[in-house]
Ligand binder design. Sequence first.
Ligand code: ZN
Ligand code: ZN
Length: 306
Amino acid sequence: MQRILDPAQIEGLTARSVPRLLAPDPARLYARRAARLRALAAQDSLGGYLGFAAAIAAAQHEAAAAIAPALPDPAALARAREHGMPPLPAQGLARGAEWRAALQCIVGELARSTAFPPAVAAVCARLRDAAPAALEAMATRLLAADGTDPDPAAAPFVAAALQVYWSALAARLDVAAFAPTAPSATCPACGSAPVASIVKSAAPSSGYRYLHCALCATEWHRVRVECTACGATQGVAYQSIEGGPAAIRAESCDGCRRYRKIFYAEHDPEVEPLADDLASIALDLLLADAGFARASANPLLWQPPG
Ligand SMILES: [Zn+2]
Ligand SMILES: [Zn+2]
């Protein structure tokens, strides 16, 4: 007997054979991101900024090798799984001191470089000398992600350290146990917003779209041609820069008037969601002109002091 399946059923069936969740690998993630940022910096008018972001990513690689934070206890993980909650919530997890060790490693590395404006060294010195309680308050404010950070100059450094900490935890997690059973707009591991999405080109995820967590770098499957902000399937359109790279588009939604970028590894296997998002600001300007708002921020975007 033959059965005819509609496209949603087919997607549901095939998606069962692809991983719903991909855990980060901090030992490779930051080195790869740094290399990508350096390559993008060499060919871009934003080169100086991308070079700075590359130095942050390279420092994150050092920091990731230096810390080994412990997961929440098994009972807490089981409770999260039972209630369908992220086991490593960006807001609410009792952070270990390891993230501050990662921060000191990152500002130490950046302070050693003479390639950046004096404002960078000044922020590094300020963070190096800050009291732990002040740093914890900065982290809590940043993780609230409400767009009211009063210290934007320090934010990328603090965000970079928190990324190292959360990706180290997510890498230790049994991610399969936390795969979402319904389409999720936020990271199943830590509850943060994705920075962008990527369509993979390598087995077993080839052709499938994943959202990339801005904090812990966990990736989770989400069907294509669906607004990743509001879930709408109608009114989703793809915009790109004329004559620009085929690997980069913005997926915009007429319903909620928001967009996120989507990267296609089949067109460029080196594409990296956070790095390529930073390097494609021209696309952000195009979407802003068309009246669309970014669905969520890039944590490494640095705003120099006043
Ligand atoms: Zn996450
Ligand atoms: Zn939408």
